[in-house]
Design a protein around this ligand. Structure first.
Ligand SMILES: N[C@@H](CCC(=O)N[C@@H](CS)C(=O)NCC(=O)O)C(=O)O
Length: 207
């Protein structure tokens, strides 16, 4: 008997969900998509009933259920999916984005910062991360993609982060290497499939 399809609880524009969607598409894993509307707080009302709160105390997405295992961390799941040694540069890029840049644009953070300030706040911290770390890291290790010429988990993290940079009106001119890698990745089928505009919960006006 074949194993049941993994279930991904995802929001079309969530970076963490997007990372996992890329990794799943890249590995050719078929899965069931279950939308969770972050702005409607469905991570609390809908997701809380299917997760063990003790394992995911923040009630954030994405959540992946596979063979009754529940995973709450995009990078932990994606690392497992890769099942091979990760070069330190890949881990470094994932960390810079996953710990140093993306959390500062999380919905709950921006709600605390407030509507008036959220654009300035997000653009400041994205630029800071790009200037201080990401452009330099990529200048040292990028080939066709973030690290060499093969797609890696670093690429799964970079693409949603650049989308956020555009959303928060960061001028990308000072970051030519990040831009070049992003443009190359945008041409690949798994990245097209995982894009927010191709998700069932993407509003029509954003497609
Ligand atoms: N370390 C977690 C972080 C998960 C996370 O921050 N998820 C965001 C969406 S990308 C979220 O659910 N935010 C809801 C909120 O801020 O209330 C992961 O990598 O999956």
């Amino acid at each position: 008997m074949s194993a049941p399809k993994p279930i991904l609880f995802s929001y079309y524009r969530s970076s963490c969900s997007w990372r996992v969607r890329i990794a799943l598409a890249h590995k050719g894993v078929d899965y069931e998509y279950r939308p969770v509307h972050l702005l409607k707080q469905e991570q609390v009302t809908k997701l809380a009933s299917v997760i063990h709160r003790t394992n995911n105390p923040e009630v954030v997405i994405c959540t992946l259920i596979q063979n009754s295992h529940r995973r709450y961390c995009s990078s932990a799941y994606s690392f497992k999916l890769e099942r091979f040694f990760l070069p330190s540069k890949v881990r470094e890029i994932c960390e810079v984005i996953g710990s140093g840049i993306q959390p500062l644009q999380n919905l709950s953070v921006l709600q605390k910062v407030g509507e008036e300030k959220k654009m300035e706040w997000s653009s400041f911290f994205i630029k800071k991360g790009f200037i201080a770390a990401l452009e330099q890291l990529l200048t040292d290790c990028a080939g066709k993609y973030s690290v060499g010429d093969e797609v890696t988990l670093a690429d799964c993290c970079i693409v949603p982060q650049i989308y956020n940079a555009t959303r928060f009106k960061v001028d990308m001119a000072p970051f030519p290497t990040i831009r070049r890698v992003y443009d190359a990745l945008a041409e690949l089928d798994p990245f097209k499939a995982a894009h927010p505009s191709n998700q069932p919960d993407c509003p029509e006006e954003m497609k």
